[in-house]
Design a protein around this ligand. Structure first.
Ligand SMILES: CC(=O)SCCNC(=O)CCNC(=O)[C@H](O)C(C)(C)COP(=O)(O)OP(=O)(O)OC[C@H]1O[C@@H](n2cnc3c(N)ncnc32)[C@H](O)[C@@H]1OP(=O)(O)O
Ligand SMILES: O=C([O-])CC(=O)C(=O)O
Length: 378
């Protein structure tokens, strides 16, 4: 047993529980960097190069770039047995539950073809499979045939083609690349921390990623992306945003996509996603959704301001408008988040395992006082 002093915290807010060299969240100044590089300087870089940087802490060389590209394409293709397994999953099961359940059932590779160790090989294999699983789950739900990736195509070009059944425009690929890079990593968020707890027991990487994905699903965390866009749909138009926000605050209902545990200013990812949403939302329906979101954000700032508080949009708030304009249905938003965040999960697994220690906090017992065994039996 550790002899350190007990610290009491329900939610671990502000409690430092470890070190990481993967990303830095500077909550007061609203800055986010991966491996020492500001996210603003990463969004134009090819997606898989950033993924490699996040996972391994250095840029890939030419050989690693081409090996990774073909590895990801090869493994995004679902095998016959994976397709059979997915075929048994109820069509209306939420994609996040599908992912959490399917990942531990995948047959993991046993050979280190990337030369970065078996854990990395298996983690990146899961990352590749996630895109195939999401696209195939969507296709099956529409009673359409499963499509496979084509060698040589960009990762998200393949994904959008496999998902929609038609090739995306270069602009759509560029926007998805940027949105996915922004979601790749975020220090000790709840999902990543859950994965580190799981890794700390020496469970395999598929268990850790599955635990992280289960944790990402909730509406206070990753699931806020779906909830925020559905909120805007439910509100219906910008002129109803004020009343909606006032009613939420009066009833202590959280406004989805607003607020953050760490940022005390606007989330730097929301700052980038908002103009992207403006650029992409061209048709009437998307423009109305975006205008409604903007009106909710303004109403929140006004209402919270009157109460002497500040609240800002987080990464989830405008992302939905970007995904919606790419034709992604809202119940796939969080699975797409997992498809990006998995590189962060892998990086944390590898980092944590270098100096593994069991994570096991202590509880304050508030139940009945213990009685001797012979008295309780009486
Ligand atoms: C990828 C991500 O995970 S980003 C976060 C995604 N989650 C969401 O968007 C859900 C909506 N937001 C929230 O629920 C919260 O802001 C959280 C969970 C993200 C952060 O929560 P915490 O750091 O624990 O802040 P907490 O919930 O204590 O809020 C502090 C105060 O601000 C209020 N507040 C914070 N966020 C919101 C919100 N979205 N709507 C209404 N009130 C809010 C709280 O009611 C609380 O008020 P009080 O002091 O009067 O009780
Ligand atoms: O860090 C957090 O608590 C939540 C978040 O923004 C993320 O996971 O991207």
């Amino acid at each position: 047993m550790s002899d350190t002093q007990s610290v009491f915290s329900y939610d671990l807010a502000g409690v430092v529980v470890g070190e990481t060299a993967i990303s830095d969240v500077q909550g007061d100044s609203g800055l986010l960097s991966y491996r020492g590089i500001d996210i603003n300087d990463l969004i134009g870089v090819p997606f898989l190069h950033v993924a490699w940087l996040v996972v391994f802490g250095e840029w890939p060389d030419e050989q690693e770039k081409s090996r990774l590209k073909s590895f990801m394409c090869r493994h995004a293709r679902l095998t016959h047995s994976e397709q059979d397994l997915l075929g048994q999953v109820p069509r209306d099961l939420h994609p996040m539950l599908m992912l959490q359940g399917m990942i531990p059932l995948l047959q993991m590779p046993e050979e280190d073809t990337l030369g970065k160790g078996l854990d990395a090989e298996q983690g990146l294999f899961i990352a590749a499979k996630i895109s195939g699983l999401i696209a195939a789950h969507h296709r099956l739900g529409q009673n359409k045939v499963i499509l496979h990736p084509i060698a040589g195509k960009l990762r998200h070009e393949n994904f959008l083609t496999m998902f929609h059944g038609k090739a995306p425009s270069p602009d759509q690929v560029r926007m998805l690349d940027a949105a996915q890079i922004l979601q790749m990593e975020h220090s000790f968020n709840a999902g990543t921390f859950a994965g580190r707890v799981c890794a700390s027991t020496l469970a395999p990487i598929q268990s850790a990623i599955s635990a992280s994905i289960g944790t990402l699903f909730g509406r206070l965390h990753g699931g806020a992306d779906q909830a925020a866009l559905e909120m805007a749909m439910e509100i219906g138009s910008p002129d109803k945003a004020d009343a909606y926000v006032r009613e939420c605050l009066a009833n202590k209902v959280k406004i989805m996509g607003m607020g953050h545990r760490e940022y005390r200013t606007v989330d730097p990812r929301a700052k980038i996603l908002k103009p992207m949403a403006v650029e992409l939302c061209q048709d009437e329906d998307s423009r109305n959704l975006l205008a409604t979101l903007i009106a909710v954000e303004e109403a929140c700032q006004r209402e919270f301001g009157e109460r002497g508080k500040e609240i800002w949009a987080n990464v989830e708030f405008y992302k939905g408008a970007v995904f919606h304009s790419l034709g992604i249905p809202s119940h796939y938003f969080t699975a797409m988040f997992a498809m990006a965040r998995v590189y962060g999960y892998i990086a944390h697994f590898l980092e944590f395992r270098q100096e593994n220690r069991l994570i096991r906090p202590r509880a304050a017992y508030v139940g009945k006082p213990p009685v001797a065994a012979d008295q309780s039996a009486a």
